[in-house]
Design a protein around this ligand. Structure first.
Ligand code: NAI
Length: 695
């Protein structure tokens, strides 16, 4: 039974509870039972009003996403049919919302004549995040209740609002602190005496808003926030269509747009990521987090350490932040204070919250304070000598069982574990910058890391609102390792004839948040230069190597911070400007290395850089550094600005068709040499007629 019916208020109120754990999704089977239960209650003369509620943690979190693009999603009664039955009903129907009413769940509630909620509930239409729009009347009914501007914000942005805000804007009629079901039933009985005319949302006329600019502003905001995505623009079009149209006409328009989106590539990619993120955080069930992590030490209060400490404090943990000298400690502290002040200035935190969070971070110069920490995250310099010194000290100081983690970007976590007498308790936690903002966390399992330790860190990461993905030990783990061939190809393309703005432009038009050369200028060219100098002796002499980035650094062009890198920057500006000196430098490098200059197309730029990612991704998978193809997609979208509407590099490769990808990689191999040797896994998949998704 997916619907549980009970009678309340001496049998005068029928309370129908959705019972489809975990989120009461509106599967075909549930819709059929709900439709029948509503009909039964309407036919029962003793019943004067209906309440629809949800069992478990939520009212209802929407459609069954796995039924999208299957015959089940269109099976009658559809959600639109159920909502029409409710809206046209002769007896009042009250939605009693607790936990969350999201997507189709909120659309169901919008079809009801009254909406009441338990305090703490959240309400939203997040469909846009899956590349679709609310397709069961949400775009037509919401603007009829809240104003058009609010409806546009909710539908095009996809973020939920809390019950109190919902009540303020008219979306909820009542908010209760407790006893939702009883109070909803009593409320339903009370309103059963009131005529329903004004309560049928879909029948209310919707006038065009006085300020016609709202739609254009929504389109601009959509373009900014969801760059390259078609769904938010379709959302605006539906809301715009609602004004002045009948409900029937509006629903038909909404339906057409929904079908276009749900059958389109962008939504498929976004749904892939939705499931990929859920799969990524799952660990083998035998790995169990033993004991809670309450007190955490962070070593190093630099760029990363400060952000990590803030993330921990934000999640309610006590943090001891260790530095090597007073000056560095003061610098780190003041960065944290400034960061919190900026968040407070934006109105995102109250002064009290800032105090509370800062109060959880204790700064110290004394490593002994880490004695009782459950976990210590090291974020000191990226240097094996420093890591050795820190981990030897931590092993000496920290209590037995304490977990020791390194935030290293690419150093060997197994070697670091070897500096301690507890390698099973050592792992990598690779945060992304800014660490207090970025969700992604690569959790690096060393050769000897205990699965239970990984589970404990995953649990903590989830509590911090992070998205942990398990990776193995290799140079650069998953993300940074894939960046290397990607950047390599960008530099080769420069030598072969492309300009920096052409390379960046092609990739930004493809959907990347920022092209690789602008990104390098922003991050600072000196960091990777130092790395290349350090590892120069191990570079095979027979492989092609671009000296463009090294030559820029030799001229002191370290990127934005020096006012010049791949581009030049006017004082105080971050706008990259093409620089004739750089073009000349590139030409010189090409000449000296015997690279022939030619016209490079945008298509080649995309293929050379994207297929470099794909080929490296295939090697990473084959080596078992990543557990799943979809984990690589999650990392790349969440850590490297890869467009979500393309689903990640390996999903993109599957969509292109692996035979076509391999053919192109083979051509690049023939033209550009060994660096392009096809990954054996890619060859095997093509030979077997499979995709990355089949692994
Ligand atoms: P940073 O140079 O900004 O900060 C390092 C801090 O560690 C400095 O304040 C320094 O005084 C302190 N420190 C050095 N040795 C210490 C010791 N023995 N005891 C206590 N404190 C010590 O460096 P950043 O960028 O924060 O990087 C830290 C680590 O995170 C490195 O391993 C880096 O590779 C990694 N990482 C950096 C990312 C970034 O975008 N900056 C991204 C991901 C990882």
């Amino acid at each position: 039974m997916l619907i549980h019916t009970e009678r309340m208020e001496s049998g005068q109120v029928a309370l129908l509870s959705l019972r489809n754990p975990p989120v009461n999704s509106l599967s075909a089977a549930l819709r059929a039972e709900l439709h029948a239960a509503i009909q039964d209650a309407l036919a029962d003369d003793a019943v004067r009003a209906l309440v629809i509620a949800g069992d478990g943690q939520f009212f209802c979190c929407g459609a069954e996403i796995r039924e999208f693009n299957t015959p089940m999603s269109g099976r009658e009664p559809t959600l639109r049919t159920v909502i029409a039955l409710i809206e046209d009903a002769s007896k009042p129907v009250v939605a009693a919302i607790h936990g969350a009413a999201l997507g189709g769940g909120l659309e169901l509630a919008l079809g009801c004549h009254y909406r009441v909620a338990q305090s703490g509930a959240s309400l939203g239409l997040p469909e846009v995040k899956l590349g679709v729009l609310p397709g069961a009347g949400g775009t037509q009914r919401l603007p009829r209740i809240v104003d058009v501007e609010r409806a546009l914000t909710m539908i095009c942005g996809g973020d939920a609002i809390d019950a109190e805000t919902a009540a303020d804007c008219g979306l909820l009629d009542e908010v209760y602190g407790s006893d939702l079901r009883q109070r909803a039933a009593a409320y339903a009985l009370k309103v059963s005496a009131v005529p329903l005319d004004g309560r049928r949302v879909g029948r209310q006329p919707l006038a065009a808003p006085a300020d016609a600019g709202v739609y254009e502003r929504a389109r601009q905001e959509a373009a900014r926030r969801y760059r390259g995505c078609v769904a938010p623009l379709a959302c605006v079009a539906c809301v715009e269509h609602a004004a002045g149209a009948t409900l029937q006409d509006g629903l038909a328009f909404e339906r057409e747009r929904f079908l276009e989106l749900v059958n389109g590539g962008q939504s498929k990619a976004q749904r892939h990521l939705f499931f990929a993120e859920r799969a990524a955080v799952k660990l083998p069930p035998e790995w169990r987090a033993a004991g809670a992590i309450r007190k955490v030490g962070v070593v190093g209060a630099g760029t990363m350490g400060g952000g990590i400490a803030m993330s921990l404090a934000n999640a309610g943990l006590d943090v001891v932040l260790i530095e090597r000298d007073a000056q560095a400690l003061e610098r780190g502290w003041s960065a944290i204070r400034k960061n919190y002040a900026a968040t407070a200035a934006k109105g995102k935190l109250s002064a009290v919250q800032v105090e509370e969070r800062q109060g959880r971070i204790r700064a110290s110069l004394d490593m002994d304070e880490l004695r009782d920490a459950d976990l210590v995250i090291e974020a000191a310099f990226e240097d094996m000598g420093v890591k050795r010194q820190v981990f030897e000290a931590l092993d000496r100081i920290c209590k037995p069982g304490a977990i020791l983690a390194s935030n290293t970007s690419r150093l060997d976590v197994d070697q670091i574990a070897g500096f301690t007498g507890r390698p099973a308790q050592v792992l990598g936690t690779h945060f992304f910058s800014p660490a207090n903002v970025m969700r992604l966390l690569e959790v690096v399992k060393g050769r000897e890391t205990d699965g239970n330790v990984v589970a404990a860190v995953f649990k903590l990461a989830r509590a911090m609102g992070k998205l942990p993905v398990l990776v193995g030990v290799c140079d650069g783990f998953v993300g940074n390792r894939m960046v290397s061939p990607y950047t390599r190809e960008a530099h080769f393309l420069l030598e072969e004839g492309a300009t920096p703005s052409q390379v960046d432009g092609a990739l930004q038009r493809f959907g990347l948040a920022m092209g690789p050369l602008r990104m390098a200028d922003m991050a600072g060219l000196d960091i990777s230069w130092a790395f290349r100098k350090r590892t120069a002796s191990s570079r095979p002499a027979d492989l092609r190597y671009s000296r463009v980035a090294d030559s820029l650094c030799e001229q002191g062009r370290f990127g934005q911070k020096t006012g010049s890198g791949f581009y030049r920057y006017e004082a105080g500006s971050r706008t990259p400007l093409e620089d004739a000196d750089v073009l000349a430098l590139i030409e010189r490098c090409a000449r000296e290395d015997g690279v022939e200059r030619r016209a490079v197309t945008d298509e080649e730029i995309v293929q050379r850089t994207m297929y470099a990612l794909v080929n490296e991704g295939a090697r990473i998978l084959e080596e078992g550094i990543a557990r799943r193809a979809s984990d690589i997609d999650v990392i790349y979208v969440n850590g490297y600005g890869f467009p979500a509407h393309r689903g990640g590099p390996l999903f993109y490769a599957d969509q292109q068709g692996l035979p076509e990808v391999l053919t192109t990689i083979r051509r690049f191999h023939a033209e550009h040499g060994e660096l392009w040797r096809p990954a054996p896994l890619l060859e095997r998949l093509v030979a077997e007629g499979k995709r990355f998704a089949d692994l």
